[in-house]
Structure formats: C-alpha cells, structure tokens
Design a protein around this ligand. Structure first.
Ligand code: SIN
Length: 317
C-alpha cells in the first residue's frame, strides 16, 4: 500500500482537491464530493451578499478539452452558505471555503465570518478573470498592489490558513506569488482560468452571455505546469519563500497528477474534468496514481515530489 498523504498547511489523506467553482455550495453537493474520495474540497466562491451570476450561456465546450466559462461567481452569500452547512452531517474531509469580494474589506468580513463559524482554512479567489459583468477590466490578482492589500486585509483580521489563488493572466506570476506570501499567504493555488473569448460565426456575436470568460479544461494543462514551474523554481532557488503549492489546470488523468507532483506541487486540483468524468474521477485517479507509484517503487509522495524541478534547475540558466 502506498502512502498518498499530503500537506497544504493542513494534512490531507491524498493530494487531490476539488477546485473551486465546480460544485460545492449546497450541503447535498458537498456530501456527494465528500464520498468521492477527494482529499479536500474547495467550495464555490462565497461573497458577502448573494450573487446571481452572469447571463447565460455561462459555460461552453468550444472543442474537446477546451471549456470557456463566465459564471460570474454565483453563490447564495455567506449567511445562507453557513446556514446550509449547518444541515450537513459531519463529512470525512476538509472543506475549504473559497472567498471572493469586491473590496479588501469584503474579503476581510467574509473571512472573519467563516473563522467564527469554525473553519481553519480558506482560499482567496482574487483571480476570477470575469468577476465583474461585461467588463474587460483587470482583476485583483493582476494588480500587485491590490493583491498585497487584499491578502493583508484578511491576514490582519483572521488567523485562518490562507490559500491565495493566482492568475495566469500576468506577465510575471512569481512576482505575484512573492507579494501574496509576504502579505500572509500560507499556500498558493494556481492557475485560475485563462482570459478567453469565443465568437459564433453564424450569429456573428460573442458566445458567452458575459462576452469575456476564462478557459479551462485539459487544453490549459501545460500552461498551468509552466506557471507552477516558474514559482517552484523561484522557491527552490531561494528567491522567494517556500509555501505549499496546489497545482490546478486541466488535470484529468493519474499521469497528469503525477506530472504536477514531479513539478513540486504539494496537492493537485481537479475541476473542469469533472464535466467529462463526473466525481468518479477522484477514485479513478487515486487508483491510477497508486499504480504508477507501485510500478516505480515509490512508497510516498515526497520520494518524487519536485524531482523534475531539481532536473530543470540543473538544465537551465
Ligand atoms: C465564475 O464563477 O465565473 C468562475 C470562478 C473563477 O473563475 O474563479
């Protein structure tokens, strides 16, 4: 039996995490995810007030493995979210609320409510590329100063473990990682979706109701791997502080999870691939990962985690 246990500031029975934005703000869905085999789940992003989200269509499959969404952070608001959770019987995995907001104060207030309700760890979603309806304006995670201020604001009002979700839509993601860590992030997750847009050539109009969206699915995996590598290299070289990394982007198979772990991820998010594989993906990926480790003679993740980063360090300047 191999040991899949992982650590992102809290211990996990395995490194697979349901990423935010997919399922998970109702008790019924959280319960389904809890029995899926995932090591942890990140809820849909919660704001202070309810949000209905953007106009339909909010999710489209452009081609196999290339998904665009612009949901607009629909959620019932923190009060209803907490009431809903009270109806949830104890589940056997960590629930990590994702928090979004319009201002640093809103982030702080929602985080405090969650801490008071007994949560130990949250994710700050500062990187949804289309959080404001019909706007192509840059978001918090694309502005170094706003990133610092939001993380600082939450850090100063709570002692929760903070995961900060970074955007790939920046010139230098390492700079943002550094600022988030210095402002109080205990872990980083990356990447959120990639700014994207699709046009219907027959109707001669944008396809998504919100016009602007974010690309996810297997088509973005290598981009996510490159961004993770940039941060891991900076950490391994001692240029920025080392904190746990959650690799997210296009993960669909056990080999994909193994790739992210080789690149130094402490845990790996699975999101859009659930649209193809349903929640059965977690058990399938765990089984496949155990098989890869057994075939290669590994007993635990730390025996190979970051192995390719060490190689890249030796190969590159
Ligand atoms: C959305 O609700 O629009 C997706 C969430 C995200 O991209 O962070």
């Amino acid at each position: 039996m191999v040991d899949l246990s992982a650590d992102i500031g809290i211990p996990l029975k395995n490194p697979l995490i349901l990423t935010s934005g997919i399922l998970g703000s109702s008790a019924h869905l959280l319960k389904r995810v809890a029995s899926s085999g995932a090591g942890a789940l990140i809820t849909k992003s919660i704001t202070e007030d309810p949000r209905v989200g953007h106009e339909n269509p909010t999710v489209i499959e452009v081609s196999e493995g290339l998904i665009l969404n612009a949901m607009g952070l629909p959620n019932p608001g923190v009060d209803i979210f907490l009431n809903e959770l009270e109806t949830l019987e104890a589940v056997n995995l960590p629930i990590i609320p994702s928090v979004a907001g319009y201002s640093e104060d809103e982030f702080g207030r929602v985080a405090s409510r969650l801490e008071d309700a007994g949560f130990r760890i949250i994710e700050l979603n500062i990187s949804c590329p289309h959080s404001t309806a019909l706007s192509s304006k840059k978001v918090i995670a694309q502005d170094i100063d706003k990133t610092r201020r939001v993380v600082n604001a939450v850090r100063s009002v709570t002692s929760l473990k903070l995961i900060v979700k970074l955007s790939p839509n920046v010139t230098d993601i390492v700079e943002f990682a550094d600022v988030a860590i210095k402002a109080g992030a205990d872990a980083l997750s990356l990447i959120n979706t990639i700014e994207a847009l699709e046009v219907d050539p027959y109707v001669e109009a944008p396809v998504l109701g919100n016009v602007f969206g974010g690309q996810s699915g297997p088509s973005i995996r290598c981009i996510a791997q490159r961004k993770l590598t940039d941060i891991a290299l900076a950490m391994w070289k001692g240029e920025i502080e080392r904190v746990p990394l959650i690799g997210v982007g296009g993960v669909r198979t056990p080999k994909d999870v193994f790739r992210f772990l080789l690149l130094g991820a402490d845990a790996v998010g699975i999101g859009s691939s659930i649209l193809y594989e349903d929640l059965a993906i977690f058990e399938d990926v765990i089984e496949g990962l155990e098989q890869i480790m057994t075939d290669k003679g590994y007993d635990m993740l730390d025996e190979f985690r970051g192995k390719v980063i060490s190689q890249i360090l030796d190969m590159t300047i």
